[in-house]
Design a protein around this ligand. Sequence first.
Ligand code: PMP
Length: 366
Amino acid sequence: FGPSYVRALAPYIAGKPISEVAREFGLDEARIVKLASNENPLGMPPSAQAAMQQAIADLGRYPDANGFDLKSALSARYGVGDDWITLGNGSNDILELAAHAFVERGESIVFAQYSFAVYALATQGVGARAIVVPARAYGHDLDAMLAAIESDTRLVFVANPNNPTGTFIPGDQIEAFIARVPKHVVVVLDEAYTEYLAAEQRYDAIGWTRRYPNLLVSRTFSKAYGLAGLRVGFAIGQPELTDLLNRLRQPFNVNSLAQTAAVAALGDQAFLAKSAEVNAAGYAKLTAAFDALGLEYVPSSGNFVLVRVGDDDGAGARVNLGLLKEGIIVRPVGNYGLPKWLRVTIGLPEENDAFLAALRRVLGRA
Ligand code: PMP
């Protein structure tokens, strides 16, 4: 059944769930440390949890199909009209909607080597052609991406910071790139990790949407906001773009608890600040340990680090298995073409310590 490009899809590989690892390796769930999906180690903000308790009573009703409260909160925060916003069931939903909205079967989509796996899936899912541009220092080569745009290119995905490499491109370079992309080509700027940026790295892509009718900024509540399990993301851009996404999306694509929790989380800047603080301290700790072990890593601006755990192409899988046996779940990235590397999410201090101790044992460096 189905078109050949759908049959050829390989499913997205997610981080292994704790329960599965416990079963497979005969471990106690409570002692497993999961640093595999770039989740917030602080969990969900207590403010969001409290708001959801009240919303539970209303679960017999459909969610607000238009997400009025959440869009109002986002609109106030970012200074755009609520018709400049489309909500998604996670930002994955936004990425897929963009492929469906802007690209026809047979046309092309440009993205970088080692960029987020969903770009390739979304491209293939609409029967489009992927133009994968070789990375530069594990990150996006924007000049090469510009040069790679062809006459049938309709969409470009840029992740800043990028996953799984954590690479970051300064805002002025991103804006210069957007300014040079042909006006009929939509740029989806995926800012899933933007809340982790240091003060001096910050830039205002949402503000740029006023000047660039072909720019769509994608954000999520899954990372720094700590709501990964609820699935809430959003896109901001000129109504000509967001309206198309709105027409395509499922009518109730963001559930009621998710909408309520997202409004609370958006208002909880203290939680966001704490998350960034925990992350910065964990990053310093992990990278100092990698330096001491002589392990190469890619400097990261996200809540994770890509680290090379050996010299041969079996290294990532081998060390990953060793870590799983120790009850540590990280993310192998062989499917990204990075078989010598592992991606580890920055956790709480004790989780980072447990990971490092296990890593030393697995590498025989204890
Ligand atoms: N973009 C990037 C770059 C990501 O790393 C992720 C999460 N892995 C997403 C988008 C999607 O996250 P979500 O659907 O949870 O918003």
